[in-house]
Ligand binder design. Structure first.
Ligand SMILES: Nc1ncnc2c1ncn2[C@@H]1O[C@H](COP(=O)(O)OP(=O)(O)OP(=O)(O)O)[C@@H](O)[C@H]1O
Ligand SMILES: [Mg+2]
Length: 266
């Protein structure tokens, strides 16, 4: 049974020895987003100067109200929404405007908020899709993700559409891990899951991070998210309104009042 203690970031399992106050950006950070503006329709920006960095080995959370632009930010990093101004850099290399397939080759994995598995394909076929750019690596990577998620190996011939929501989320994360990414972008991995399955997903996210993968995770489950991340950002109206360690944000009176209030009364 999962306890809240299992989900705190400040344990000894992390690959990087991150302290609660390790908030300064490395030079260069693994991911650096500066003043990013992006949107879907001409003249209408959804992101209005989003600025964020993730150091190597960090687990970063992004929380914020519905429609704030959280998913749009991840899509902008992954080349699915055009960046109008500002810059995105990976390991100090400019990636602004790169296509998703190029970003996958550069070590970026993305798990979208919805439709993140192919329901008519088996688990194994879904994972093959994740490594179509380098199929020779399939056996080794398949073994690796089965180490993290044993059910994938046990049920490799089962169609993804017949899995539970939590299991599908595991397949989606495993697919993104097939190319051995250094950066994993997760959009609401716990959405729509029961509290027990949410705990399971958060534990898996921590385990993936502990293997050395830097993670930027968007979550609507804000309090839970702030418990497990090293640092977090509150995104509001397309820019970061607050940032700090998970504990700093979770205890900040303004953040509680504006973004965690209803949850804190729950
Ligand atoms: N494909 C799209 N085309 C046009 N507008 C879009 C598209 N996707 C999102 N938007 C708009 O962009 C704004 C931000 O959406 P986004 O999905 O980034 O928010 P979010 O913070 O992820 O919200 P949620 O918590 O509901 O997932 C919203 O006003 C939304 O209607
Ligand atoms: Mg979203």
């Amino acid at each position: 049974m999962t306890t809240p203690d299992d989900l705190t970031a400040a344990d000894s399992t992390g690959a990087a020895p991150l302290r609660a106050h390790a908030v300064a950006p490395h030079e260069p950070p693994l991911l650096n987003a500066e003043d990013v503006e992006a949107g879907y329709f001409p003249g209408v920006n959804i992101l209005n100067g989003m600025t964020l960095y993730a150091n190597k080995g960090e687990l970063i959370g992004i929380i914020g109200p519905n429609g704030a632009g959280k998913s749009t930010f991840l899509k902008a990093v992954f080349g699915l929404v055009a960046v109008r101004s500002g810059t995105l850099a990976l390991h100090g290399q400019d990636i602004t405007g790169k296509r998703a397939d190029e970003l996958v080759r550069l070590g970026v994995g993305f798990v979208p908020q919805t439709n993140n598995v192919f329901p008519s394909l088996t688990i194994e076929e879904n994972l093959q899709m994740g490594i179509y750019q380098d199929p020779k690596q399939f056996p080794a990577r398949f073994d690796m993700v089965c180490g993290l998620f044993p059910m994938l190996g046990d049920r490799r011939r089962q169609r993804a559409g017949s899995l539970s929501g939590g299991e599908r989320q595991m397949v989606a994360m495993a697919r993104a891990l097939m190319m051995n990414p250094s950066l994993l972008l997760l959009d609401e991995p716990s959405a729509g899951l029961s509290p027990a399955l949410q705990d399971e997903v958060f534990l898996r996210v921590k385990e993936i991070n502990a293997t050395g993968v830097t993670i930027v995770m968007v979550e609507q489950n804000a309090r839970r998210c702030l418990q497990i991340v090293h640092r977090g950002y509150v995104l509001d109206q397309g820019r970061n309104a607050y940032e700090g360690t998970g504990a700093e944000l979770a205890n900040d009176p303004k953040v509680i009042e504006l973004y965690l209030g209803s949850l804190s009364q729950a």
